[in-house]
Design a protein. Structure first.
Ligand SMILES: Cc1ncc(COP(=O)(O)O)c(C=O)c1O
Length: 305
């Protein structure tokens, strides 16, 4: 039997079965937590695991925590070291996922952010494909609107916000799609349930601006940089109308879990020819090399375990 994986919990590495929280935990009752999703990518040639943009994820967690008035127990550098130690102890020889969660812990009844103690944990799991990034997916817009910044700040990766994503994902799934496209309250394109969205139009990437209630993805900014530096393709951040997705040349989604996933159909309309587009394909080839530490130009985006 495989040894039990470790989690980081209450300041220690413990077997994951011992990392338990009380039913009175504030975050369990009210969704008052911030989290990250980080991928470790297995490089089979080097027999080594590379964690992608580790520091950037903890920097985003720090920003999310500031919004939710949660004090992280350690610095970003220390959290990176703890994550590396946890990944090392769990000994993965395959793609994996790291889930740090900073949350309101104390068992109090009372909806607020102040005068509640903070807690922090990290667990890891083996993690293959989340969406069918190899073959592409069908996506549909849904009735649920993306939370607006003045309701819950979408730029913070808050556990409670994922009710919004879950409603959207299940609506899309029950309508026969693989993934949801959420619109803003004003009816513009925002993002997927756990992905940012891009279209390719007239030789440029176009993606909703941060003002469109998106989570500002780390994959999103990595892909924009790769497009610019390696393919000479500019990225434009602006408002996008839903109908632009029907008439553009290519659509893809990006995210830590989803990698780059081609979208072949939106609302029962083929995107382009209905096959994976040439720009999407070039970006995927680049990106999959970069995240597994195979492109040494971007090796400082990867932390070897
Ligand atoms: C709602 C949402 N949007 C976008 C993303 C993509 O962000 P990233 O590329 O940093 O994983 C995620 C995943 O974390 C997400 O949950």
């Amino acid at each position: 039997m495989a040894p039990e994986p470790y989690a980081y919990f209450n300041g220690d590495f413990v077997p994951i079965s011992q990392a338990k929280v009380s039913i009175m935990t504030h975050a369990f009752n009210y969704g008052t937590g911030c989290f990250e999703g980080i991928r470790g990518n297995w490089n089979s040639k080097e027999e080594r695991l590379y964690i992608f943009r580790l520091r950037e994820h903890y920097e985003r967690l720090e920003r999310s925590c500031k919004i939710l008035k949660i004090q992280l127990p350690k610095s970003v550098d220390q959290l990176c070291d703890i994550t590396l130690e946890l990944a090392k102890r769990n000994g993965y020889r395959e793609d994996m996922y790291v889930r740090p969660i900073a949350y309101k812990g104390e068992g109090v009844v009372g909806v607020r952010l102040h005068n509640v103690s903070d807690a922090f944990t990290i667990f890891t799991i083996p993690f293959g494909n989340y969406l069918d990034s190899n073959n592409g997916i069908r996506a549909g817009t849904v009735g649920w609107r993306r939370v607006d910044d003045c309701a819950i700040p979408a730029r913070a990766k808050v556990t409670g916000i994922y009710i919004n994503s879950a409603l959207a994902k299940t609506e899309a799934f029950e309508n026969g799609y693989d993934e949801a496209i959420m619109l803003t309250n004003a009816g513009h394109v925002s993002e997927g349930s756990g992905e940012n969205i891009f279209m390719v139009q007239d030789g440029a990437l176009v993606t909703p601006a941060p003002s469109e209630s998106i989570l500002i993805g780390i994959t999103r900014s990595s892909v924009m940089q790769l497009a610019r530096e390696e393919l000479g393709i500019p990225a434009i951040e602006r408002q996008i109308a839903k109908s632009e997705l029907y008439s553009c040349q290519e659509v893809f989604m990006t995210g830590t879990a989803a990698h780059i996933t081609p979208v072949l159909e939106v609302d029962h309309r083929k995107v382009g020819s209905g096959a994976i587009g040439p720009v999407t394909k070039k970006l995927m080839d680049l990106y999959f090399d970069v995240i597994a530490g195979r492109n040494k130009k971007y090796i400082d985006w990867c932390t070897a375990v």
